[in-house]
Design a protein around this ligand. Structure first.
Ligand SMILES: [Fe+2]
Length: 210
C-alpha cells in the first residue's frame, strides 16, 4: 500500500522532530502494511527550507530503504503559496518523477477564484491533488465545492484517520458523505507521528481501493 501524504521527514514541519521519530514512523508504517510513502512536508511560507528538506529526505530515504519502504519526495503546498507560483515554479514541489502536486487550502475561508489558478496549473500538465477536503469548514457545509474540484480534474485525497474520529465529528461526516456521493479519489495517512501510523493500520485494510 502506498501512502501519498506523510510528514515523516524530521525537523522541517510539525511532523517528526528527530531522526529517531522519523524511524519510529517508518517502523509503524511498515507494521500498518505501507510499502511506499511520499514525504510531503508543509510548504506554507515562500522561503520554505527546501535545501534542508532535501537533506533530510536523503537521510530518511536510507532509513526507509533499510526497512524495505520506498520513500519518495513531494510536498504539501499551501494555497497561499501556490496561488503565487508559476506552473514552472510549482513543478519543483511535484511528487518526484511525476507531475502530481499535493496542495492544501485554508481550513476556514473558502479560497477565492481558485478554479482559474488550478486550471492554469493543469493546462501546463500539473495533476493537482487536493489534501483532506473533508477538513475544510466550507466543504463540510457544502460538498459541491470539493466535488467541483474533482469535476475539474483534481484528485481529492481524504485523510484516512478522519474516518476513525467520533462519528459526529464534522470531518468524519464530511468524508463519509463524500465517499457516498461521487468521491473517486485517494486516501492518505497525513501522519505526523508513529501513533498516527498505528491508527492508520487500523483503518487501512478497510479502505476502498482506487
Ligand atoms: Fe499534511
Amino acid at each position: 500500500m502506498k501512502d501519498p501524504h506523510s510528514h515523516v521527514l524530521f525537523g522541517v514541519d510539525d511532523g517528526a522532530q528527530t531522526r529517531e521519530e522519523s524511524v519510529a514512523m517508518l517502523k509503524a508504517a511498515k507494521e500498518a502494511g505501507v510499502t511506499a510513502i511520499v514525504a510531503t512536508p508543509h510548504i506554507r511560507e515562500a522561503d520554505a527550507p527546501w535545501d534542508l528538506i532535501k537533506e533530510r529526505y536523503a537521510l530518511v530515504r536510507q532509513e526507509a530503504a533499510d526497512l524495505g519502504i520506498e520513500l519518495s519526495l513531494g510536498a504539501e503546498v499551501h494555497w497561499r503559496i501556490l496561488s503565487g507560483l508559476s506552473p514552472e515554479e510549482a513543478g519543483k514541489y511535484c511528487f518526484e518523477g511525476t507531475r502530481k502536486l499535493l496542495m492544501e487550502f485554508g481550513m476556514h475561508t473558502r479560497p477565492m477564484d481558485e478554479h482559474r489558478k488550478l486550471y492554469e496549473l493543469q493546462r501546463e500538465g500539473l495533476e493537482i491533488i487536493v489534501a483532506h477536503p473533508e477538513r475544510y469548514q466550507y466543504v463540510q457545509k457544502n460538498l459541491e465545492i470539493a466535488l467541483d474540484w474533482q469535476a475539474m480534474g483534481c484528485t481529492l485525497q481524504i485523510d484516512a484517520l478522519e474516518l476513525l474520529g467520533g462519528p459526529l465529528r464534522p470531518s468524519r461526516r464530511c468524508a463519509e458523505k463524500l465517499m457516498r456521493q461521487g468521491f473517486s479519489g485517494i486516501f492518505g495517512s497525513d501522519a505526523h507521528s508513529a501513533a498516527d501510523y498505528k491508527q492508520f493500520g487500523r483503518i487501512a485494510k478497510r479502505l476502498p481501493r482506487g
